[in-house]
Design a protein around this ligand. Structure first.
Ligand SMILES: C[S@@+](CC[C@H](N)C(=O)[O-])C[C@H]1O[C@@H](n2cnc3c(N)ncnc32)[C@H](O)[C@@H]1O
Length: 213
């Protein structure tokens, strides 16, 4: 009979190897909520972590970790004393990330990004220096998307940033009501499909349209 450490290693690698399968099954079950059939590539992960300047961040929030590939990339780029709060709406995916990653800097919260303020308070975290988002703004109901953007605006640290990555530009269109135009827009063509990465600065206000209430 294998020893406990060995069997836990086997279980962990099985969990990691099955990640693309679980991701695809989750997409088939909830296509609009998951928004993609495969997880992000290494190229996109690197671009997102650079754009968010995670090496300087103390508190980071990830919205929609999926099966946890991006979560691991964020943790690799973060300081040893930083904290990462990953908020995932799908209970099966949230459980998978918790089992797959045992890094003490990580807190996995099962719930909606709309509840960002409550989640930060529940874990005693200060205002995040970066909020990174892979959630599909283009397929979610508009009021939900707006609620999430307001929650991000209201909870970011004064020098913080919001870094969403998306196939379409819907998030940038909606964010115009909440933030000033993005300080960076990049395209990662080596991801399948090619993905836009935006950086919005905290404390920046939209120039023309009124702020969302
Ligand atoms: C396109 S996947 C991104 C997964 C992973 N971050 C990546 O880039 O490979 C979007 C994820 O967002 C989650 N999600 C969708 N709406 C959400 C919400 N309102 N709050 C939290 N997570 C959400 C989905 O369940 C899914 O895991």
């Amino acid at each position: 009979m294998p020893s406990a450490p060995h069997s836990s290693r086997v279980r962990k690698s099985k969990i990691a190897n099955d990640a693309p399968g679980l991701f695809f099954r989750s997409f088939l079950e909830r296509p609009k909520e998951v928004g993609s059939i495969i997880p992000s590539s290494r190229f996109l992960e690197r671009r997102v972590t650079r754009c968010a300047r995670l090496d300087k961040a103390r508190v980071v929030v990830e919205l929609g970790p999926g099966t946890g590939g991006t979560t691991q990339a964020l943790l690799r780029a973060m300081r040893p004393d930083a904290k990462l709060l990953s908020i995932e709406i799908n209970p099966r995916l949230a459980e998978r990330v918790s089992h797959r990653i045992t890094d003490p800097r990580l807190i996995v919260h099962c719930g909606s990004a709309t509840d960002l303020a409550d989640a930060l308070a529940a874990y005693g975290l200060s205002a995040p220096d970066a909020v990174i988002s892979g959630i599909p703004f283009s397929t979610m109901p508009r009021p939900v998307a707006r609620g999430i953007l307001r929650a991000i605006r209201d909870n970011l640290a004064p020098t913080g940033c919001f870094v969403p990555y998306q196939v379409r530009d819907k998030v940038a269109v909606l964010a115009r009501e909440v933030f000033a135009p993005p300080s960076r827009v990049e395209l990662e063509v080596r991801n399948v499909p090619p993905m836009r990465v935006y950086r919005f600065e905290a404390g920046s206000s939209p120039s023309r349209s009124p702020r969302l209430r």
